[in-house]
Structure formats: structure tokens, C-alpha cells
Write a protein that binds this ligand. Structure first.
Ligand SMILES: [Zn+2]
Length: 425
């Protein structure tokens, strides 16, 4: 079985790819439009530098080689969503090529990453075809894989990984990903076009795998064709011949001369699964748990990195998980640190989180007694040291440090409690 994907995602820019119209979604159709994104004759596209920069960053995190000089083509087709009769896209001189994305079982090769414009939206109502140009000209990247995926499970893993990598580039693909699936169990390639959303993509793949399997089991061969996914019936259907036979003509886009991308500073982002692996190896986190915590949560990632190596990994994970339940993972690192001092046995309360955010002391009575008990024990075992500490703040700090480290308490809290216990007097 061979599965390849062409995934289209919208880039988070303020304005469209070739004009200054806003990309913001509006209730009213045809509000954010101008002659360029409506394809009027004589209008000239002006390339959005930020869109190219984000696309370059995406190509980079997907392990692609980056082209310094890119150019555009006109992909010619006749359809109401494109009044100028071509879509501006990339072909041979795309921004990225030859990348790879690692999933647990293998590496999925990325053939290319290219920039293109979204066409208008077609609405069919009461026998009419309506056009909304708000979407027209929104910048997209198309990510094309090699047919390296060989099961539904691998498709799931790949989409999870891609979603997580793109999330750290500011792209939410859960919201509006569009993909074409190429699936072949036999000799011929079947293309399932324009599937929207990750769930539909997986469902469409599962259906198509079963369908082709059944044909092969009957001793026949699936034919080469284009299909589409019917979301209501949850099945793929053969597309009308006209659509299936569509062949695009490509011509060089002369309105956009070769564009030099070398000056665009890429956002290196992170590859969350790789970070989870490295942090786990270095500090003893549970890799699976960490991966789930950070894969779609950059605040959780920020907090974990801020405390890794200084606190017990289990305490860090427990506090982050609890913060997520409260929807409070955006707290400052200082507030997070105060909560870490409470330890993993204690469940956080709204009050504790609010106090931590205000920088107020949040010691719980349970924890306070616990610390007092451990301090007393430490004093019993180190009487001479406490003698010395009476006159020497350096020794005092040493004791605080030792107790905090030994029992994994927050040093600030230990210091306060010792002070209240009057042990250095
Ligand atoms: Zn426009």
C-alpha cells in the first residue's frame, strides 16, 4: 500500500498573498476584496514578503532544502472560483524541496513545499452558484509528500506530527486543512481530492483502503481515477469524468519576477516530538507524556523548559497537567516556580494559582508542616552545621539549598519557614 499526500494550509498573515486586502474572516461575503484578488484584467500581483517568510520557515522545519531564488507559475484552469482563469502557484522553483518528517516507524519524505493562492469560495444555493472572494488570494502552502505512508496508522502519526510542527509555526491545521490523498493498493493510483479536516482525511483513507482491498480480493484491479469524499455518507465517490480528466497547463508568471528569499529570517520553531525525546533523555521525563503535553501547547513547553533539571520531572508534569485543567498554562515562569514548590502530592486550587500569579506566598498547611518536619530532621542530623549558621548567612543559605535539593522543596519557601521557626537565632 502506498499513500501520498498533498496538504494545503493557510498561512497566518494579516493580508493576502498578492494584495493588501485583509485575510480576516468576515460574516459579509465579498468584503475584503480588490481588483487583484478578484482577478480583474490589468491588475498586478505584489508578493507578500511575510507569507514567503512563513513558508520558508515551514519548509525549514520540515527538513527541506530552501531555494534562494523562487518563481511562480500560472496554473491554468477554467472554473468560476478563478475569474482570471489561472491560479498563481509554484512548480519547479518552489520554496522548499527534499525534506522529511520522522514518525515512530519511519521517515516520510517531503517532495516539496510550495506557495500558492487560495481561490474564491463557491456556494451553491437554491439552484444558484454564488461566489465569495474573501478567501480568494489568501496565502497557502502546499506540502507534498512522497508515497511513503503504508497504513492508516502511519497516516494518523504523520498528520499528528505535521499538525504539531505547524502549530509551532502559528498554523492551526485542525481548523482548515485541505488535502488530496493518493492511495494505491494495486498498480494504479487513485486520487481522493479536496478532503477537508484531519478526521475526514483519516476516514476517507480508511474507506478507500477497504474499497481497494475488496476489489483486489475479488481478483480485480482498482482503476486509475479521481474520487472525492462525501462527508455525509462517509464514502469516496468517483468524480465525473470531466473533473477526472482535468489537465492543467502551466505558464511562467511574468508579473512576479524571480524572488530572492535569502534575506528572509526564518522562524526556527521546534519539532515537539524531538524536543520531548531530548528533554526526556536529559532530565528523565516520560517521553510519551511529555510529547502529549507539549505537542499543541507552547505555554506548557515554555514552562517545562524553564524548570527542567531543577525540579523533579514528575512534579513538573503534574503541575503543568493541573494548570492545563484550569486553562492557566499561560502563567509566568515565576508563578509556575512557586506552584512547583507545592509538590506533586497536592492538588492545585484556583486560589493557589491566583496567589501564585500575584506573587503571594502559596504554601499549603500540608506542605508547611511537611517542610517543618524535614527541617527539624535535618537539624537533628546536622547540629554542628546549625551552630555555625547562627553567625554565617553563607552557611544558612547552604542549609536552605541542601534541604530544598534533598526533599525537592522550593528554596524560597524553605527559607521563609526556617526564618519563622527561628532556627538561626
Ligand atoms: Zn485584494
Amino acid at each position: 500500500m502506498k499513500i501520498g499526500l498533498e496538504v494545503h494550509v493557510a498561512l497566518p498573515t494579516r493580508t493576502k498573498l498578492f494584495c493588501a486586502c485583509s485575510t480576516e474572516e468576515t460574516e459579509e461575503p465579498n468584503e475584503n476584496v480588490c481588483p487583484t484578488c478578484m482577478g480583474f484584467p490589468g491588475s498586478k500581483p505584489v508578493l507578500n514578503r511575510e507569507a514567503v517568510r512563513i513558508a520558508k520557515s515551514i519548509a525549514f522545519v520540515l527538513g527541506c532544502k530552501i531555494r534562494e531564488k523562487i518563481s511562480f507559475v500560472r496554473k491554468v484552469y477554467f472554473y468560476p472560483d478563478l475569474p482570471k482563469n489561472f491560479q498563481i502557484s509554484q512548480l519547479d522553483a518552489s520554496i522548499g524541496y527534499d525534506g522529511e518528517v520522522s514518525i515512530k516507524t519511519k521517515k516520510i519524505r517531503i517532495r516539496r513545499v510550495q506557495i500558492e493562492e487560495d481561490p474564491a469560495k463557491i456556494l451553491r444555493e437554491k439552484g444558484m452558484t454564488l461566489l465569495d472572494f474573501n478567501r480568494s488570494g489568501v496565502p497557502l502552502v502546499e506540502i507534498v509528500t512522497e508515497p511513503d505512508i503504508t497504513s492508516e496508522q502511519e497516516l494518523r502519526m504523520f498528520m499528528h506530527e505535521l499538525r504539531s510542527i505547524l502549530y509551532y509555526q502559528g498554523v492551526d491545521i485542525d481548523r482548515e486543512v485541505k488535502a488530496d490523498l493518493n492511495i494505491s493498493l494495486g498498480k494504479e493510483r487513485v486520487e481522493v481530492k479536496n478532503v477537508t479536516g484531519i478526521k475526514n482525511l483519516i476516514d476517507a483513507a480508511r474507506y478507500e483502503i477497504d474499497r481497494q482491498k475488496r476489489i483486489i480480493d475479488q481478483g480485480r484491479e482498482p482503476i486509475k481515477e479521481t474520487r472525492f469524499y462525501d462527508e455525509d455518507e462517509k464514502i469516496t465517490k468517483s468524480a465525473r469524468e470531466k473533473e477526472a480528466d482535468e489537465e492543467y497547463g502551466y505558464i511562467y508568471e511574468t508579473d512576479l519576477t524571480d524572488y530572492d528569499t535569502s534575506g528572509l529570517v526564518i522562524d526556527r520553531g521546534i519539532i515537539p516530538s524531538k524536543e520531548a525525546k531530548e528533554l526526556s533523555e536529559k532530565y528523565g521525563f516520560d517521553e510519551q507524556v511529555l510529547d502529549e503535553l507539549i505537542s499543541l501547547d507552547r505555554d506548557a513547553y515554555r514552562l517545562i523548559v524553564s524548570a527542567a533539571g531543577r525540579y523533579d520531572p514528575q512534579i513538573i508534569v503534574s503541575v503543568v497537567e493541573q494548570l492545563k485543567k484550569f486553562g492557566e498554562q499561560s502563567i509566568s515562569e515565576a508563578a509556575f516556580e512557586a506552584l512547583l514548590g507545592v509538590g506533586k502530592e497536592v492538588s492545585l486550587t484556583r486560589e493557589m494559582i491566583d496567589k501564585a500569579k500575584k506573587g503571594e506566598s502559596i504554601e499549603t498547611s500540608v506542605n508547611k508542616e511537611n517542610i517543618e518536619e524535614k527541617v527539624r530532621k535535618y537539624m537533628q542530623d546536622n547540629k554542628a552545621l546549625f551552630e555555625k549558621a547562627r553567625k554565617d548567612t553563607k552557611v544558612q543559605n547552604f542549609i536552605i539549598g541542601e534541604i530544598s535539593r534533598k526533599y525537592r522543596f522550593n528554596p524560597k519557601q524553605v527559607s521563609e519557614i526556617i526564618k519563622n521557626m527561628n532556627l538561626f537565632k
